[in-house]
Design a protein around this ligand. Structure first.
Ligand code: NAD
Length: 292
């Protein structure tokens, strides 16, 4: 039995689907079902006997404690977060609530549960925190990739709140010996991502005839990882990771945003040609880069 927070979001729902389809143990999923959740798609028909869903807030310590004490999990995987950078710039409040306060309340509830476990189970227990490479800020084009030792330099409220949650997780290991693991992932892509992030936004806007926005001059570069590869990394770190350590996970490829969108347009030109015979490239518009 593992306990997952935010398992109805993009990465969490892919993680749950693969976990259950590969005949591992049961899962409890605590998710608030915000706008970003894909619960219906994620839970559709997969092992209802092995998936327990609870709609609630990670910041509600009583709820978390009740679930832990009734399901008795051996690990917690913490996906739940507010995740869209643009929203964090316009309305940071929810990011503070979930990413900072929520992670704190979750850590408190899980640590209290962990302290009551019998010794063998206590030693096997893990708290895996899913974080982002955005805590390291931006890099010059010629700079080498961030490492686990890179300096924290968050550039927007999303990244700052994830950095804060990382520090809390680290402190719970250092202070209480609480068995934490942290993953910093680069940008993930794949099925079930809410269409406000670059790739699903480009696809949905293209096929619905809307403008496809690209920030700035489009030369911003991201490293991408397929969501199933990220889930495999999470499982590997859960199984083999050394407690207290952080692990950077990336796809070893770097692509300018313009190139990503142009590739999507070219693929759609083949797969679903526009009725007027023009290319989807016509719909690309360059918009002012976001703050930070
Ligand atoms: P997402 O936005 O798709 O899903 C987040 C989920 O968390 C949603 O189902 C939402 O309902 C839930 N949630 C939000 N607030 C909650 C709360 N207070 N209590 C309980 N549930 C709550 O996010 P995602 O893309 O799946 O990202 C998952 C994790 O991975 C996040 O911590 C994110 O920072 C991290 N991450 C994501 C990426 C990426 O490219 N998507 C990259 C690196 C790291």
């Amino acid at each position: 039995m593992i306990f997952v927070t935010g398992g109805s979001g993009f990465i969490g729902s892919n993680f749950i689907r693969e976990w259950l389809n590969s005949n591992r143990g049961a899962i409890v999923n605590l998710d608030k079902l915000t706008y970003a959740s894909r619960f219906a798609a994620a839970s559709n028909g997969i092992h209802p006997d092995k998936l327990y869903f609870f709609c609630g807030d990670i910041a509600d310590r009583q709820t978390v404690s009740g679930l832990l004490n009734s399901h008795y999990p051996l690990a917690v995987i913490h996906f739940a977060a507010e995740t869209h950078v643009d929203r964090s710039i316009s309305t940071p409040n929810e990011f503070i609530h979930t990413n900072v306060l929520g992670t704190f309340e979750l850590l408190e509830a899980v640590k209290t549960y962990w302290e009551t476990l019998p010794i063998a189970k206590k030693e096997a227990f893990r708290f895996l925190h899913v974080s982002t490479d955005e805590v390291f800020g931006s890099l010059d084009a010629s700079a080498p990739p961030s490492t686990e030792l890179s300096r924290y330099a968050p550039n927007n409220p999303y990244a700052a709140t994830k950095a804060a949650s990382d520090h809390l997780v680290r402190a719970y290991f250092q202070t209480y010996g609480f068995p934490t693991l942290t993953i910093h992932s680069s940008n993930a892509f794949g099925p079930l991502q809410f269409p406000e992030k670059l790739i699903p936004l480009a696809i949905t806007n293209a096929v619905s005839g809307k403008p496809i926005p690209i920030y700035g001059d489009g030369t911003n570069t991201r490293q991408w990882i397929f969501v199933e590869d990220l889930c495999a990394a999470i499982r590997a770190v859960l199984k083999e990771g050394r407690i207290g350590q952080t692990y950077n996970v990336g796809g070893a490829n770097e692509i300018e945003n313009t190139k990503v969108v142009e590739t999507i347009c070219a693929l759609l030109d083949q797969a679903k040609p526009r009725l007027d015979g023009l290319s989807y490239h016509q719909q690309i518009v360059y918009v002012r880069d976001r703050l930070g």
